[in-house]
Design a protein around this ligand. Structure first.
Ligand code: NAD
Ligand code: MG
Length: 385
């Protein structure tokens, strides 16, 4: 039996993870469920998976959760809250696998400490590597642990890299759907609404990542993550727009052969791969149907209409805390866009200006990363007004 702590159980990745676990209850047991504030869904998850511990964002939410569980007649697990609670369940000796699927830097410290405790990390949370890639990868090397990526592109790359030796690899290619505005002109981008931006053509995800997909910031984050995970220079990670999202990643080898990873656009595929690696288990979702005609398209990304992708390449090449600032500024700008305070292209303008204003440093600890994150947010908030 593998024991699992699930950071972010009520989110899009969290609920898909529990669906994979639900089908493999003879293999996995849930030690801890960690959520933010969606107590009703968490109560249902506790009823079904009987974790030893449940963690929520604040002590007040903890009290509310206890009342809801008692009212529903559900046996109370141990309850905890906040950063200390998250840290404890990510590093507990009982735990073998930590699924890191909280959104934002709230998931960073627990994931970092879990690495240091040699847990197997299934990594969905982008901010872990975007904000703190060097520290986290150094910790992985020191502890001798590998993070298995859950993000579909990196999960695909992880699979493609099993086809040869790392020193035979020349290039990594990440695919991007292009989002809802692939064909929208620069002028029309000024007028797009929140509802249009939230309407992703191929994936159903949380709000932040859905907007980041529409701006291609998400692909920029993925370039940064790929550089850290697989030790690539930014120039050796290429992005290609592939609207069908069937190919998730490709790896080019020195003889010119390209290995691509193809699967259904359903996050339960990479989640199961990460949880059962190095074993492949029966498909958790319907397989692709090759008897039907289909077309796959490819085109280069337009860095003029989607400048956040360019900023991500530049931030990764700059090193230090630039990518931490990039992420923090983007989160603030996306919130402002969702609240109707700035336009869609305004997101890139806020991020670009924040990067110019916040000095680049080399953080030596997670606390310093979180400090830079806070300072960057403040600068970005002042810009959105
Ligand atoms: P989501 O918004 O649906 O869920 C986020 C989860 O984090 C929720 O369970 C929420 O309760 C929890 N959370 C938020 N703040 C918290 C806090 N302070 N303390 C404790 N828990 C907190 O997001 P998602 O789409 O599931 O994405 C999760 C992460 O995975 C993100 O970093 C995202 O970029 C990444 N990711 C998601 C997908 C996808 O398909 N959804 C794909 C690749 C990567
Ligand atoms: Mg992705």
């Amino acid at each position: 039996m593998k024991t699992l702590t699930l950071l972010g159980s009520t989110g899009s990745i969290g609920t898909s993870t529990l669906d994979v676990v639900r089908r493999r209850l003879d293999e996995f047991s849930v030690y801890a469920l960690v959520a933010g504030s969606n107590l009703d869904l968490l109560v249902e998850q506790i009823r079904e998976f009987s974790p030893s511990v449940a963690v929520v964002a604040t002590p007040e939410l903890c009290d509310q959760l206890a009342r809801k569980l008692s009212d529903a007649g559900i046996r109370l697990p141990e309850l905890a809250s906040g950063p200390a609670g998250r840290l404890a369940v990510a590093t507990a000796p009982e735990v073998e696998i930590v699924m890191s699927a909280i959104v934002g830097v709230a998931g960073l410290e627990a994931t970092y400490e879990a690495v240091r405790k040699r847990k197997v990390i299934a990594l969905a949370n982008k901010e872990v590597l975007v904000a703190s890639g060097k520290l986290v990868m150094d910790a992985c090397r020191e502890a001798g642990t590998e993070m298995i990526p859950v993000d579909s592109e990196h999960n695909g790359a992880h699979q493609c890299l099993r086809a040869g030796r790392r020193d035979e690899v020349t290039k990594l290619i990440l695919t991007a759907s292009g989002g809802p505005f692939r064909r929208t002109s620069k002028d029309d981008l000024e007028k797009v609404t929140v509802a249009q931006a939230l309407n992703h053509p191929t994936w159903k995800m949380g709000q932040r990542i859905t907007i980041d997909s529409a701006t291609m910031m998400n692909k920029g984050f993925e370039v940064i993550e790929a550089c850290w995970l697989f030790d690539f220079a930014p120039a050796d990670v290429e992005v290609v727009v592939h609207p069908q999202s069937s190919i998730h990643a490709m790896v080019e080898y020195n003889d010119g052969s390209v290995i691509a990873q193809v699967s259904a656009t359903d996050m339960r595929m990479p989640i199961q791969y990460a949880l059962t690696y190095p074993v492949r288990e029966t498909a958790p979702v319907p397989r692709m149907d090759w008897t039907k005609a289909r077309t796959w398209e490819f085109e280069p990304p337009d860095l003029d209409r989607f400048p956040l992708l360019r900023l991500a390449y530049e931030a990764q090449a700059a090193g230090g805390s630039a990518t931490c600032t990039l992420n923090a500024a983007d989160e603030v700008a996306v919130e402002a866009f969702l609240a109707g305070r700035i336009s869609f292209p305004g997101i890139a303008r806020v991020v670009g200006e924040t990067l110019e204003k916040v000095p680049n440093r080399a953080p030596r600890s997670v606390e310093e990363v979180l400090e830079i994150d806070r300072a960057s947010r403040e600068t970005a908030r002042a810009l959105v007004g």
